[in-house]
Design a protein around this ligand. Structure first.
Ligand SMILES: [Mg+2]
Length: 329
């Protein structure tokens, strides 16, 4: 399931600028000044992210780039018995036999849910709802969307998975934070979008906190690893690859760097400017990680983020450099 972040259709248009302006080494949380009363550019804060997802050729190309290059990695993984895509902390003690597993997240990795984001923009959450009531309403809306089973395939994704399962001993496991109640419709959606689903009960692993299938996905990755050697992971969120990612901006950057040789090899990530754990972490900068269901608080939080961005754009410094004598301008 999508996180609560998308549940209010939330992202600010400057998020891509934020990523471009900051480097891992400099992204320590800083004190945030009180937001200006009228920070421009926050209306429809998910608009540009959704527009990009729905219209940009670049988005299509990025997905194709992932799913076309992954064939080569899969061939190398099959040939190398030591190749394993699970972090050492998640691997089982005993070898898992000679089966080969690919684990893929679903939303914004294989299926494009941007139409749901548009739906959220068309019908904003009523301002008078309490955060708890807004969360319930969002859950209702998301489930309604999931049960419709009409999300479309990311470019190249279904074709790659179909090629993969034709290889000897290769299986694809779909590991999503959609809930158990959405599993049947999710399988229907995956099949309709062209993905191979040999068994909905066995190969689509949904979230159920009461049964220990938690948001962080670690236990479910380990369950797959009991059955087969996990060789490739696909996702749009850091949590699709490793646990303990809801920490700080800097610690997340350390995780990425610690696995730098795995990106585009064992780990394949799709872009998602609309929502994700990256945004939850920003919420923690302000100490208001669970504000997303509260429209007024969220607007204030976004204003804070924009103020921070404009004030603290650090290295490389986004501000214009003073011109030097002789500069050709
Ligand atoms: Mg996802």
């Amino acid at each position: 399931m999508l996180t609560i972040v998308i549940r209010t259709g939330a992202v600010f248009a400057a998020s891509l600028m934020l990523a471009a302006c900051q480097t891992a080494a400099t992204r320590a949380p800083t004190a945030v000044t009180e937001p200006a009363a009228t920070t421009p550019g926050l209306a429809d804060d998910n608009f540009k992210a959704v527009l990009w997802q729905q219209t940009a050729a670049e988005y299509q190309a990025l997905a194709l780039q992932v799913y076309q290059r992954a064939d080569q990695a899969l061939a190398a993984a099959i040939a190398d018995p030591q190749w394993n895509a699970l972090d050492a902390s998640e691997r089982p003690a005993a070898a898992a036999g000679d089966g080969i597993a690919i684990i893929a997240d679903i939303d914004e990795t294989l299926l494009d849910n941007s139409a749901f984001s548009v739906r959220q923009m068309r019908e904003p959450m009523p301002a008078d709802l309490t955060p708890a009531a807004a969360r319930v309403e969002f859950e209702r809306r998301w489930r309604e969307w999931a049960l419709e089973a009409q999300a479309t395939a990311m470019p190249g994704a279904a074709e790659f998975m179909q090629r993969a399962v034709k290889l000897p001993k290769v299986e694809v496991f779909y590991l999503s934070n959609r809930r158990d109640e959405e599993k049947a419709a999710t399988c229907q959606n995956l099949l309709a979008a062209g993905f191979p689903v040999p068994g909905c009960a066995t190969h689509v692993l949904t979230r159920n906190d009461a049964e220990g299938r938690l948001k962080d996905k670690v236990s479910r990755r380990q369950a797959v690893a009991q059955q087969a050697r996990v060789v490739l992971l696909f996702g749009d969120n850091l949590g699709d690859f490793i646990g303990n990612i809801e920490t700080t901006i800097d610690e997340r950057a350390v995780i990425v760097q610690a696995h730098k040789d795995w990106w585009g090899s064992r780990w394949w990530i799709l872009p998602n400017p609309g929502y994700g754990s990256w945004e939850n972490i920003l919420g923690r900068v302000t100490g208001r990680a669970d504000d997303f269901a509260d429209a007024a608080a969220r607007t204030a939080w976004l204003r804070q983020q924009k103020e921070r961005l404009l004030k603290d754009c650090r290295v490389p410094d986004c501000r214009p450099k003073p011109s030097q004598p002789g500069d050709a301008r």
